[in-house]
Design a protein around this ligand. Sequence first.
Ligand code: ADP
Length: 694
Amino acid sequence: MNKVLEVLNDFGIVELRPPQKKALERGLLDKNKNFLISIPTASGKTLIGEMALINHLLDENKKPTNKKGIFIVPLKALASEKYEEFKNKYERYGLRIALSIGDYDEDEDLSSYNLIITTAEKLDSLWRHKIDWINDVSVVVVDEIHLINDETRGGTLEILLTKLKEFNIQIIGLSATIGNPDELAEWLNAELIVDDWRPVELKKGIYREGVIEYINGGNKEIEAINDNDIYNLVVDCVKEGGCCLVFCNTKKGAVNEAKKLNLKKFLTNKEKRKLKEIAEEILSILEPPTEMCKTLAECILNGSAFHHAGLTYQHRKIVEDAFRERLIKVICATPTLSAGLNLPCRRAIVKDLTRYTNKGIRPIPIMEIQQCIGRAGRPGLDPYGEGIILVKNDRDYLRAYQALTQRPEPIYSKLSNQAVLRTQLLGLIATREIRDEHDLEWFIKNTFYAYQYGNLREVAKNINEVIRFLEENEFIVDFMPTELGKRVSELYIDPLSAKYIIDGLNEMENEEEIYYLYLISKTLEMMPNLRVYKSEELDLINEMESLGIKSFEIEDLEAFKTAKMLYDWINEVPEDEILKKYKIEPGILRYKVENAIWMMHALKEIAKIIGKSSDIPEKLEIRLEYGAKEDIIELLSIKYIGRVRARKLYNAGIRNVDDIINNPSKVASIIGEKIAKKILDELGVKFGQQKLNL
Ligand code: ADP
């Protein structure tokens, strides 16, 4: 038997699915042939990528070859998930597997790994620090390659693919069903596999006034237990042993729906007990638990949950696991976040067909709706899946019908996006991949943009503007990077953000911490900033004036409000207070803080180059990381000590590692014996062996 099939057999895959067979028949194992696989969600795309990886990375004796593979995923959380899965499956063959999702400004040595799991942005940033192992790479799998269509992130993936195409690398693109797979395949010089085979039958229907009308014929009347249609649809499914996903167009909508879905009546006593434990786990993550944690815990006791970007990573993970275990019966989620989520259910319900965007209310793309309903049907668990759109009027009915029956939208290059072009062109010049106008022209001609639009006039105008901007601001001179340009490219930030920072540092009239936080909040990487209400404007302007800030456009006010939030964070204002004051959720606070750490690092590095570094408070970056004042930083470096515990200890006179080791009983009396034990274990001290020192 072929080694690839042998390996699949090792972990229990005995029969290939039709699209997988098709890929093999069309030459997937021919190491020089690119592929674009455009098949429905959950039908086994990843395994096609894995077959290509096995083919390159293992020899006939199932031992590692000297080749490398890269697996590109759209989100860090998915990368971690895939990393765990691939480690479980492939380490036994001696493959060394790396997860690379850390800081962008990092010269990470991955030369000794066989398989690297990463995101497009991280790979791009590694490239800027020079990857001398790129010639060893012989296969790259790109999961969710249709993200090339994404307004802000698509261009990075496109440039990466344009570069990869130049190497002797087999590229395997995995895509959701899209409107123009042939175009993408032709650009990639790839064999195209399109198939609508699904592991479980998907019944599509429209729900209106108590009845599901199935597209392929037939109706089902849904018992009206109360006047909440979603509740009735969910109960109908749960009563038959199924689980549901409900897709709402806003985070708030998802929370509100989840709150209304009380399924206690349908839970067994055992399930109730387990859900209680899960609710307690939810409450233990943030100390003290926030309002949102409490709401989520209450929902979980009822057998429901919500899932969106406002939750922290740990919260989401708990919700996902409990849903997979079928303890939580329904999750209300936003479609954007769920696109890459592997959470199958029996009935997927789409509640909204439109949503607010920065261009006003817009229909949700058909591709997204089809991905949502494609979640329905768990192989081996459900006899069939159901994708249901809920409608209230004739206009929505028509839209729903189209969304269920039509081809999804075509995808388009987003390379005309100026921010992407600025960052990417500086990167290409800094790494000397583009050395003159001729290189530039040649490179652009190979992009998906050029393939799709043929006429390069529009993009040429944008490119010339960007080159002029890079020259005027001394990032490049005659297609050579300056020291500043090279460093900004490595820092992996938009050159325009670097310019804001440089201008801000040059103009600054004081050295207040909040001013530095304001400077980073003005960068594009921090967008969108917090919204400013009319009633807040005057106070913000007064405060800004007192710091010597002279510009009061709405973006400036929003940046300043964000800076104030970060300032509260580093000064230990309780998390719940911050969330209430700035009307945000814990997940968003974390996301903002993460970006702020990255941008503060960039600010410090840029300041060094322009000779301004001596003024910057040294510990700002680390304070952002911990959300704390300077005095408790040492305590915070210890596992299990967060900012709340650290402050309690510090106030009681426990101020460093030695104090903890020498005063275990005191530590236990302040933060509880259980945690104290864990901390002492972490520090290599056995709790019981310590002299009690109260
Ligand atoms: P996709 O990437 O298309 O969303 P996945 O590759 O994650 O879907 O596949 C969904 C599930 O089906 C996974 O649990 C995977 O292990 C399983 N699977 C894929 N191919 C096969 C197969 N040939 N036989 C049995 N299970 C399979």
